[in-house]
Design a protein around this ligand. Structure first.
Ligand SMILES: Nc1ncnc2c1ncn2[C@@H]1O[C@H](COP(=O)(O)OP(=O)(O)OP(=O)(O)O)[C@@H](O)[C@H]1O
Length: 774
């Protein structure tokens, strides 16, 4: 439904707060020098009485206000008063009056966005947004053509009439907002746009970095043509991750195991500088026709009929070789995070590129080499938000190696946006700007699938955007200073010296942030796990605090329960938790062929944990076999809460990119807003791990894998004929691209497939490999 100004309400009731913002008073100081953004917080409410905020700008200047004024290279911007763009919008803000859309005359100047009651009265604005305060300009689904303008104080939503109008406003606002990565509103602004020329089948205006990445990726020209926007989305996603890692950790590669841009992907096989999983390059694994939906008449959510692009690629074997003994796996003993990076990854890698999975956490005493050579841990694909140190699941850190792992970054600012040469249509960068999604069809076809039918996707008219939204969970802590974080840490830790309470027995695992030991409680003799972290090596301490807080507050039989934590000499953090002697499900999968009743049981237990988290509005965001642990009785528990996000009434959706790529729901890869159902998607991928030993696309080159997640929708199974219809249906309801149609944890727990669960004692045999390792 297009926006119709005449039908819009124009009542902006005052909510009467934040009237203190000095810069919005008539006597406000001159705008700050670009680059000296003060990070000023509160902006006034849109619903302030107009008289409260007299616009500092002169009245509407018709001579300078027709259409859009562009900053051309080197010309510098006009004066702060120059009108860049104007027009009617429907607007609302979040907060108290969140439901009210009001019609406003909007004027964009070089440093401000001013809202007026009408075209005639532009001397007094009802509200002014300082562009320097904008942290994000994104498209939203609230209305068909809706933009969200985010300031630290609140979010404003603008509804427009068409895509063209929307992109035009976004373009102009974005390019003048210093926090969007543009150097300054008055300095040289080199706006560039990427286009796709359907005739030549090539992108135009691609930054060189992206060209290199694309050239060395397995994404084909056919892929470009099918969905050029998805190609740009994943390029952006990937380069964001790279940038983040470089910025934060001085690393040259991403958690997806990709080499740096200069050597983009080239080192995968020959040099072994990236995980072998990505080096196989064997194309699409499995048979195209074996989609979940098509193979199961009962599946209500058929998977995409869109054939994967590389259908001629050879299928991979349906099952991996037996798990390797750990000593010769490629996992590195992760060095301290600050000293990790390319070097340690290189050391951790090896050239043999057989697809594989991480070695079991607890190494065999036999010291035998792995049978399949080059196992590369999926666990190395850490969520991309945190320290990206190499990761291992080994008892002896010198024995096994792990490729670098990383957590997914929040979107970082792009300093330069790609360009559209004349004659080609620009494509949007940043937030995916899919057309409004149609509701699921009656046959259950997801909207994602439906949209694929119209491929090649029509190029979008413009803009380079950047989301700067931080997750609520991140925000509640990451806005704290280092000192505040340490204070918070101290407040959650017990004061004693843990050495007087526990005695460490041996190391059982290694994570990015520290080592995990099994220890004895001196008072009772009971065993516990202790994760020991050197705080000086933690670039993102807030994630650790986040993890402790979530674990503390989320006690449940299907959550690895937190027991205590200690700060030793102010520099070392010990987190004591239940000991799960069975280790990670990843290793169980590597060492066993799971029966359906066991898959059902593990899925059921994990789902109960998710139900508990989701009931508290917590999204785990990194569900995968590495983060599901088992104990000797077959209890199944979720762990690793560093990336949990708490949803609130104000923020019921997230947009931060978090998770591990192969397990990520398409809406995350496409950088859309998402909710708790991303965990359900990941659970479905984890079920595929239990069936096929690895998640879909693990053998794909990383950029291609991201592209496939974004475009293929529901992944296909290698041997669907071997699975019961209940299991296929279970997968179908987890791996439904259309989020609304995807099951909730509550719904899943009623699913027929989970009724096939074996008792927990039926999982104990899966842990026999542990005994043989000891
Ligand atoms: N409670 C536990 N009981 C038994 N083993 C555990 C426990 N927690 C972790 N481990 C083992 O230690 C390994 C590393 O765990 P950790 O949580 O540190 O991993 P990570 O998630 O990769 O790291 P990080 O959270 O630091 O990024 C796990 O893969 C697992 O094998």
């Amino acid at each position: 439904m297009a926006y119709n100004p005449s039908s819009s309400s124009s009542s902006w009731s005052p909510s009467g707060h934040d009237a203190h913002q000095p810069s919005l008073t008539p006597s406000r100081p001159a705008p700050p020098v670009p680059g000296q953004h003060s990070g000023s917080a509160a902006s006034p409410s849109l619903s302030q009485a107009p008289s409260t905020f007299s616009s500092p700008q002169p009245s509407f200047d018709s001579s300078s206000a027709s259409g859009t004024a562009y900053n051309l290279a080197g010309t510098g911007a006009g004066s702060a008063q120059t009108i860049v763009k104007r027009g009617w919008v429907s607007v609302k803000e979040d907060g108290l009056r969140a439901w009210i859309w009001s019609k406003r005359w909007l004027i964009l100047r070089e440093q401000t966005l001013s809202f007026y009651k009408n075209e005639a009265s532009t001397t007094t604005s009802s509200h002014v947004i300082q562009l320097r305060d904008l942290t994000s300009v994104t498209r939203e689904d609230l209305k068909p053509y809706c933009i969200a303008l985010v300031t630290p104080a609140r979010t404003y939503y603008l509804a427009l009439k068409s895509d063209e109008e929307l992109y035009s406003w976004m373009d102009e606002v974005y390019s003048r907002s210093p926090l969007m990565g543009v150097s300054s509103p008055t300095n040289f602004v080199h706006q560039v746009h990427v286009g796709f020329d359907p005739i030549s089948g090539a992108f135009t205006g691609l930054p060189e970095q992206w060209t290199r990445l694309l050239t060395s990726s397995a994404i084909t020209k056919e892929d470009y043509a099918k969905n050029p926007q998805a190609v740009l989305d994943v390029l952006e996603f990937y380069t964001d991750i790279q940038k983040r890692e470089r910025d934060e950790f001085g690393m040259g590669s991403t958690g997806m195991g990709m080499t740096d841009v200069g050597g983009a992907l080239e080192g995968r096989s020959a040099s072994g500088t990236t995980p072998a999983r990505f080096g196989a390059g064997t194309g699409f694994a499995g048979q195209r026709s074996d989609s979940l939906g098509s193979s199961s008449a009962s599946a209500p959510y058929p998977s995409s009929s869109h054939p994967p692009p590389s259908s001629s690629s050879p299928s991979l074997p349906s099952s991996r070789p037996p798990p390797p003994p750990p000593q010769l796996t490629i996992r590195a003993a992760p060095p301290p995070p600050t000293s990790t990076g390319p070097a340690s990854r290189t050391a951790a890698s090896r050239p043999n590129l057989v697809p594989g999975r991480p070695a079991p956490s607890i190494p065999s005493p036999s010291g035998l080499p792995p049978k399949d050579g080059a196992k590369v841990p999926s666990s190395g694909l850490k969520p991309l938000l945190t320290s990206s140190a190499a990761r291992s699941h080994t008892q002896d850190s010198s024995a096994s190696t792990s490729p670098a792992s990383s957590r997914q970054p929040s979107p970082s600012s792009r300093s330069k946006d790609p360009v559209v040469p004349a004659g080609t249509k620009p494509l949007q960068l940043g937030k995916t700007l899919d057309p409004p999604r149609p509701p699921p069809s009656s046959n259950g076809t997801s909207s994602g699938q439906a949209s694929k039918a119209s491929s090649p996707q029509a190029p979008k008219p413009v803009q380079a955007l950047k989301k700067a939204e931080k997750g609520e969970g991140d925000r509640r802590i990451s806005t704290m200073s280092e000192a505040q974080i340490m204070t918070k840490l101290r407040s959650v830790c017990s004061p004693q010296d843990p050495n007087t309470l526990y005695s460490k027995i041996k190391k059982v695992g290694q994570g990015a942030s520290g080592s995990v030991y099994v220890a004895k409680v001196l008072a009772s003799g009971a065993k516990v796990a202790i994760k020991q972290m050197d705080l000086s090596h933690q670039p993102r301490k807030e994630l650790i605090v986040n993890e402790i807080l979530v674990m503390k507050e989320s006690q449940h039989p299907n959550i690895v329960n937190y027991l205590d934590s200690f700060l030793v000499k102010g520099a070392e953090l010990w987190v004591v938790m239940e000991f799960m002697e069975g280790g990670a499900l990843t290793d169980v999968i590597d060492s066993n062929s799971l029966e359906e009743d066991q898959i059902s049981s593990i899925s059921n237990e994990t789902c109960k944990g998710l139900q508990h988290l989701h009931a508290q509005s917590i999204i785990h965001r990194d569900i995968k076999s590495d983060n599901v642990l088992l104990d000797s009785q077959g209890h199944v528990k979720i762990t690793d809460f560093g990336f949990c996000a708490k949803l609130t009434d104000q923020k019921s959706k997230r947009a931060t990119m978090v998770g591990t790529p192969y397990w990520m729901a398409p809406e995350v890869v496409k950088q859309k807003e998402y909710g708790a159902k991303v965990d359900i998607w990941s659970l479905g991928i984890m079920a595929i791990e239990m069936i096929e030993n690895e998640p879909p696309y693990l053998d794909e080159e990383p950029l291609k894998a991201l592209y496939l997640i974004a475009t293929n929708g529901t992944p296909t199974l290698k041997k669907p004929e071997k699975l019961s219809k209940e299991l296929k249906n279970f997968l179908a309801v987890c791996l439904c691209v259309d989020v609304k149609s995807r099951a909730t944890a509550d719904e899943l727990l009623q699913h027929e497939f989970l009724k096939k669960a074996c008792p927990l004692s039926g999982l104990a045999p899966l842990l026999r490999f542990r005994t043989s390792q000891r």
